[in-house]
Design a protein around this ligand. Sequence first.
Ligand SMILES: Cc1ncc(COP(=O)(O)O)c(C=O)c1O
Length: 450
Amino acid sequence: MENDVLLNGVRITTELPGPNAKKIMAEDEKYLATSTKSLPVVAYRGQGCYIEDVDDNVFLDFSSGISTTNIGYGNEYVISKVQEQLHKLWHFAGTDFYYSEQVEAAKALIGVSPGSHDKKVFYANSGAESNEASLKLARSYTKRPQFIGFIGGFHGRTMGALSFTASQPVHHEGFFPEMAGVTHIPFPDPYRNPFNIDGYEEPEDLTNAAIDYLEDYVFGKFLPSNDVAAILVEPIQGEGGYIVPPMDFHKKLMELAHDNEILYIMDEVQTGFGRTGYFFASEYFGVDPDIMSVAKSIASGIPMGASVVKSKYNFEKSGLHSNTFGGNLLASVSSRATIEEIKNKNMVENARKVGDYLNKRLHELQEKYDNIGDVRGLGLMQAIDFVKNRKTKAHFRGLRDKTIENAYKNGLILLGAGESAIRFIPPLIVNEKQIDEAIDILDNSIKKAL
Ligand SMILES: Cc1ncc(COP(=O)(O)O)c(C=O)c1O
C-alpha cells in the first residue's frame, strides 16, 4: 500500500541533493574507499521502475542498478522466495557440501541459455569473478597461454579480467603489470569505424575487416593461433559505449576461433537476462558460446555470477578452482525466482516491444538535436551519442555530462557509457508511458544543457 506512492511517477520536492542526502554523502566520503560515484542519488527504497531517496524525492530509474534489477524493484515473488529461504538456511558451503537450491538454479539457468543445453554452471559472486573462472577454464582445458580481447571492452577490475578491460586508461593507472598474454584487437564499431574503410557499404565489410585484422595482422604476424586459449568478447560493448557490432560478427569470429581450436567466451554480464529483447544477446547473433560469463541481473541484486559452459569444459581435477560464496543459498533461490519471473511475466518480449518504442523516441530527439550523432542499441539496452559535429563525430562529453546532471535534477537517473554516450537501461517491466516520462525529462535536460 505504502509503495503505491512510489508508482505515481516522478516527484521532486527538495533542491537536489536534499539535506538528508548531503549528510549521508559526507559520511560516505569519510568512511568508504570508493572512486566511481557519478550522481548524488541516496536511495531509501524502490518499487517497479522508481527509487525514492532519503528526502522523499522519487526518481524514474533508467540505470537499473547498472543492469542488475532487470525485473524491477520490490518484486513480490522473488522477495517471498528469498524470505522463505532466509528462515530455513541462508548459507552452507556449496564448495564442499550439497543443497538442491544450487542445482535447481543451475537447471533454470541452463534452461534459458543459448543453443545446446548440454551445459554446466560454475557459480561465482560478480561479473569479474565469472570472467576469472571462464578464463581459467579455457586455460586449463586448452593448455594454451594466450588470449584475444577487444579495444573498448569491459570485463571487470580483478587482475585477470582487468587485463582484458580496455575502455578507459584510468582503470589501469598504477596497476601494471597485469595478467600476461592478452592481445587486444579493434571492435567493429559501425558508427566510429576503427578500420578506416572509406565509405564501407555493408555491415559485413566491417565484420570482414575485423576478422581479417585478427587473421592477417595478429595470427599472421606475431601470435601463433595454436598458442591462443580463448577469445573473450562482449556481444555488445557495454561500458565502452553500447556498441552493437554487425549481426554476422560473432558467428564469423567464432568460426575462425573454432577453426583454430580456440574457445569462444561471451561476456553477457551486462547484456544478459532479457536486457536486449533476447534472454541472452548471443541468440540475436546466432551463436552458442563455449563459455558464457553472466552476473548482474542473474539474482536481481543478490551478489552472484556464473560461467555457463559446454559440459566438456568442466574443471577436470578436484581443487582446480572454487570460492566460498558462489551459489550461496539466497543467491541461488533469488536467481531461480528471477529467471521464472522474467519468463512468466514475458519480460523479454516487453524489452523488445518497449525497446523499439524507446529507440523510436530517441530517434525523434536525434532529429531535433544535431548534437545527437547516433542512436543505437538492442531491446532495452539503448544509447545516444553526443557529438560536437555530425561530420567529424567528435565526442561531446561536456554536453553528455551536463544532460545527465540536468536529468537527475528533474527526477531521471541515467548513466553514461563510453566517452560521450548516455545509456538507457530501465527495468524490463517499463511501459511506454514511463518511456514518455523519461523522454520529456531528457528533452528538457538537453535543451538546458546546450
Ligand atoms: C560486460 C561486463 N563484464 C564484467 C563486468 C564486471 O562485473 P562486476 O562489476 O560485477 O565485477 C561488467 C560490469 O559492468 C560488465 O559490464
